[in-house]
Ligand binder design. Structure first.
Ligand SMILES: [Zn+2]
Length: 189
């Protein structure tokens, strides 16, 4: 039996999260392709899980049922989603009520860490991870348009600020807040 067939049999050809029956596909919750770590989900669920659409709390009311599913993979992804929605009262309550084994909880939360760090990691020219408030040195001359000066290579910038874009950081040079390309900087140790 193919993975698709195993999952169709288990789910009764329904989205294992919201029970929708159309546009079903496989989603691997832990990255190891095991049937016990894969689920069959609809495109609505998948787009939100993969971050292509914002999480819609109303849609995820279906977690009320899926968190009790017998399949480990369904529990893992349900718990992960509840964690992301924990600011909603019902989601917080459900997380406390739900029974989930520690090893499944770990897979659920590990998956989150990867996604988060991928989104927000700023790296310098050596691949060192930059943090809010770090001190960096410019490794290239930087023409600061508008401010009328060139920040020379070797200029030290203290107390950097991380932007939402992993490519860019911000820092003050000559009293002017400037956007810097992270890979043209070097973190000071
Ligand atoms: Zn669904």
């Amino acid at each position: 039996m193919s993975l698709q067939e195993i999952l169709e049999k288990r789910s009764g050809k329904k989205c294992e999260l919201c029970s929708q029956t159309s546009n079903l596909s496989i989603f691997d919750v832990s990255g190891d392709n095991l049937p016990e770590h894969s689920i069959l989900i609809c495109s609505t669920c998948k787009e939100q899980i993969e971050g292509r659409e914002k999480l819609n709390p109303n849609h995820w009311r279906c977690l009320n049922e899926s968190i009790w599913n017998e399949a480990d993979a369904v529990k893992i992804i349900s718990y992960r989603l509840l964690h992301l929605l924990k600011n909603e009262n019902w989601a917080g309550e459900l997380m406390e009520m739900a029974y989930i084994e520690d090893d499944l909880k770990k897979i659920a939360l590990d998956g989150l860490k990867e996604e988060n760090s991928e989104q927000i990691t700023h790296k310098d020219s050596n691949g060192a991870i930059l943090k809010e408030g770090d001190t960096i040195t410019l490794i290239k001359d930087l023409d600061v348009k508008g401010a009328g000066f060139t920040a020379k290579r070797g200029t030290v910038v203290k107390n950097i600020h991380l932007t939402d874009n992993p490519k860019y950081i911000e820092g003050k040079i000559n009293g002017t807040q400037i956007v810097l390309v992270a890979e043209y900087t070097k973190k000071s140790s």
